[in-house]
Each structure stands twice: as structure tokens, then as C-alpha cells.
Ligand binder design. Structure first.
Ligand SMILES: [Zn+2]
Length: 275
């Protein structure tokens, strides 16, 4: 999956570190990232290139020996040779550790961007010195990164897997049942509710399969297998899904992509290795 970057290692522990001249820096503008195309790939600006245009910089994380920072730009001006590119562009051509770094940096960018002011009193928030947390110096409010848990569910009925397609989203491929955890629910409650809401089915024997940080939507995805309980007739939620159907193992022709939890779970099912 995307986060599986071994032998590289991701270190998220926060330290109050400043960039050196060669530190790599992310700068975002909405869904765009400041990068240069180079030798068929993409490169990030180094601090020495970005510093004259930056108004603030924050330590993000380290992968192996490489520190990554997040810079805010002062205005419209950007360093020569760089452009604003859709950060999802060419992701699968990027080295996996870089793709993962970019998605994770985007998650943190969104959180910092959306929490510049305290939601309790309106004060201007400040980065805490010891942990990744924003503190309001006026009222003492402490704001931690937003990570929204969501489930992905592989609902099976013997040798059949329930596959879906989402309505009105750019991703047209097959998906599995998915949805956000709601306040007051266990993850298992979310699994049962989403299956009922999206396809009108009951399930039993819910088993955890694995998880995936998904910075693009500030999610932590949790994957579960569940077995159909009772009637297999699908009652589709047409607001949410354009299609849902039971497919036999032999009918599913989806190659492993090594990126998404959904794909990982489909591969687990195809190998007959459900937990
Ligand atoms: Zn406050």
C-alpha cells in the first residue's frame, strides 16, 4: 500500500526543528504543490530556493535521513523553475516514498491551513514547541491534527464479493462499501450501518483486515471483511452509488496496484486469504 515504503522509514515525531539550506520544502496552494519537472520526474524546492519567498516554515516529518518542511509563501511570487502542479498528478510515476510524503504533507497542510484561528475564541493559534499541536495563547485551547476514521468493507457471500461504483466522483473504477465513522459509533457499527445504507444488506462476522492513512481526505481508512447475513438482494442507495453487484472471484479482473487499501483487500479476497 501507499504507506509501505520499506526499506525507507517514516518518522512522524514532532521536533521544533528549523530547515537548513538543503531541506526539502512543500508549499501548497489548494490542491496544488510547488514542484519542478526534472528528468521525467518531479522535484521539490530546497529551503535556500524558497526562503526569499516564504513567510513561515514548519517541520513536518522525516523519511530516512531526509527532513521535510512546510512553507507558507509571502505572496504570488515563486522561485524560478518551479510551478504550481496538481499534487495528484503523476503520483504513480513518483517514487512511492515521495508520493507518500506528498500525501502526508498535504494532510498536515490542510490541518494547519484550517486552524490558523482558534474555533473557541477566535485567537491566532501557535505551533506548540514540543508536540504537533496548535495552541491558542488567548484561551489555552489545544488543537490536534484532524484524522477522520472511515471504513472500507469487503462484504462476501461465499465466493462472491460485493463491488460498487460511486456516483458523481472522478474515480470510475470498482470500489467497496465505504463511509465515515460517526460520533458515538464503534467501527463495527459503522460497517453495519454503511452496508445497510448503501446496499440494504445485513452482515455478520466482521473482521479487521488492515488500515491506511489517506492524507488526501484527512482520513484513516480501516478495512474490514464481513459476511452476508440473510437475503443477498441488493437495494441500492442511488444518491451514493451508481452500481453495486455481487461478483464471483473469477469475474474480478483487477490487478494488484500496491497503493490502495481497497485494492489490497480485493487482492486478499482473490487469493482466498480473508482474515
Ligand atoms: Zn482560543
Amino acid at each position: 500500500m501507499l504507506q509501505d515504503i520499506a526499506p525507507s522509514r517514516y518518522h512522524v515525531e514532532y521536533t521544533d526543528k528549523q530547515p537548513d539550506a538543503d531541506s526539502l520544502c512543500f508549499a501548497f496552494r489548494g490542491r496544488e504543490v510547488l514542484e519542478a519537472r526534472q528528468d521525467g520526474g518531479f522535484v521539490l524546492p530546497r529551503w535556500k530556493e524558497l526562503a526569499p519567498f516564504a513567510s513561515a516554515v514548519r517541520y513536518l516529518f522525516r523519511i530516512d535521513e531526509q527532513d521535510y518542511f512546510l512553507a507558507d509563501l509571502r505572496g504570488e511570487e515563486i522561485p524560478p523553475g518551479y510551478d504550481w502542479l496538481d499534487y495528484r498528478e503523476g503520483q504513480k510515476q513518483k517514487p512511492k516514498a515521495f508520493h507518500f510524503a506528498e500525501t502526508t504533507a498535504y494532510h498536515l497542510y490542510v490541518w494547519y491551513r484550517d486552524n490558523r484561528f482558534c474555533g473557541r475564541c477566535g485567537g491566532k493559534t501557535e505551533q506548540d514547541k514540543t508536540e504537533r499541536m496548535l495552541r491558542c495563547p488567548v484561551c489555552g485551547n489545544m488543537i490536534y491534527p484532524k484524522i477522520a476514521p472511515a471504513v472500507i468493507v469487503a462484504l462476501t457471500d461465499g465466493d462472491r464479493l460485493l463491488m460498487t461504483r460511486y456516483r458523481g466522483r472522478p474515480y470510475k473504477g470498482y470500489a467497496l462499501i465505504a463511509g465515515f465513522n460517526e460520533v458515538g459509533e464503534t467501527m463495527e457499527d459503522t460497517v453495519r450501518r454503511e452496508i445497510m445504507e448503501e446496499v440494504g444488506l445485513h452482515c455478520k462476522d466482521i473482521r479487521y483486515c488492515g488500515s491506511q492513512p489517506w492524507g488526501t481526505e484527512s482520513n484513516l481508512l480501516l478495512g474490514y471483511f464481513a459476511k452476508l447475513d440473510g437475503d443477498a438482494a441488493i437495494r441500492l442507495d442511488r444518491q451514493e452509488l451508481s452500481e453495486a453487484e455481487w461478483l464471483d472471484r473469477e469475474e474480478i479482473d483487477i490487478p494488484a496496484d500496491g497503493y490502495s487499501l481497497t485494492n489490497h483487500m480485493i487482492q486478499v479476497f482473490l487469493r482466498g486469504e480473508e482474515p
